[in-house]
Design a protein around this ligand. Sequence first.
Ligand code: KIV
Ligand code: ZN
Length: 513
Amino acid sequence: MTTPRSVRIFDTTLRDGEQSPGASMNRTEKMEIAQALVQLGVDIIEAGFPIASPGDFESVRDIATAVRGATVCGLARCSDADIDRAWEALQHAAQPRIHVFLATSSIHREFKLRMTEDEVVARAVAGVSRARRHCGDVEFSPEDAARTELDFLCRVVEAVIAAGATTVNIPDTVGYATPQQMHRVIKTLRDRVPNIDKAVISVHCHDDLGLAVANSLAAVEAGAGQVECTINGIGERAGNCSLEEVVMALRTRRDHYGCDTRVVTQRLVPTSRLVATITGIQVPRNKAIVGRNAFAHEAGIHQDGMLKDRSTYEIMRPEDVGLERTDLVLGKHSGRAALADRAKALGYQLTPEQLQTVFERFKVLADRKKEIYDGDIAALCETEFAALPEQFTFDRYVLSTASGSPPTVELHVLQSGQPVQVTVTAGDGPIDGIFLAIEKATGMTTVCRDFRVQAVTVGKDAQAEVTVELEHAGQVQRGRGVSTDSLEASAKAFLAAINRLALGAQPRLHPQA
Ligand code: KIV
Ligand code: ZN
């Protein structure tokens, strides 16, 4: 068998993934994900779009400074200000990359940029040349490449490589391509662009038609050497190519694709859980590779086959993606070392101070709940990692309620450490009543755009995890709360979102602007 070709994995969870509506992450959360991506073994981490906001800039700078073992990349439009700002954020990275982009399709040229073909080529070349003055590793993306005339795409790609681009990324920005088309585009570039061997060809597919993974794999078959993807496939609109799916397809069907990646596949499930918890975007049960049902065999005939030989119905082993066959782990008598060990296996590197706090909470939880599962530990760690400076902290509620009449809620919160108490008799049930009481206590009126509750683990005493998405003055923020009491979890989630709104996220520029 011939030696497998190596395909680079470019993770854009922190940039394109963060463009999922409501998925904005704070600096600590982004750093946590970046460290998990290093452990996962991705080659490139796109840490953000530095000119988009001061927060984005700081996150890229923090990650560039801290991360070792992966290239750290920042996005920039083809403008001097964007490129210089990206470099300012990236300059301390051990392996920095500037990623510049400019739309090339006729639709974007005519309606968005109002530029001619010559002007687009000149701007792209100027952008790449400026980025190369800062950094030896420069990626160029012709945005909406999949809808760009092939002749013009070849012209742009040749020009940016001549200007110094070391990677040329082919985005299907609107998720319009088909696998055959993507294959043809990459093959045409390889056949027709004379200097194509001086750059790595990359692919970046969106999932509007559910084809992002298939399109990326088709590009790899045609010779692409880098795939851009996100954990759990999160991203703009329907999302991006899912990292775990593309990596496991390449690994499971190495016989077909003849390619390898550096990804440590046993880290896929822990990383997926981490991203789901931080962003509040839950993984569907039936999601390939990392969904709860991905390795569950329900039909009797399948179970029978599995007992006789796993290969009858299993093409991948759950342990190869980091799924434990049982995740019942700790109880009341478990010690600090066991907790630290389990947290580490789940992808959480706790400092001694964090371990202390998580351990104290673990003991409290173990008093309320007999069996502590991985999901409980992840929830405890996440509460610690995601902690933001809180203006409002939940204390307790007293509730009186009956079917058919509005509940009375007496709510106690702390505002910057000072007790605040309000009472309301309003709302359509206890959760609505609690939310109205919180709005009264915080003086903030919001529109609730999403509310979800799910059990963190199994059993009647399972902790409830509540996520809410609130809108206030044009800003949307998510909040998450976990408790064995689902009303308390709801109150905590609502207050977490209010705290984020109160922090006043700075206006951000959208990459497609
Ligand atoms: O989808 C897209 O075109 C992008 C570019 C900025 C690469 O995300
Ligand atoms: Zn994109």
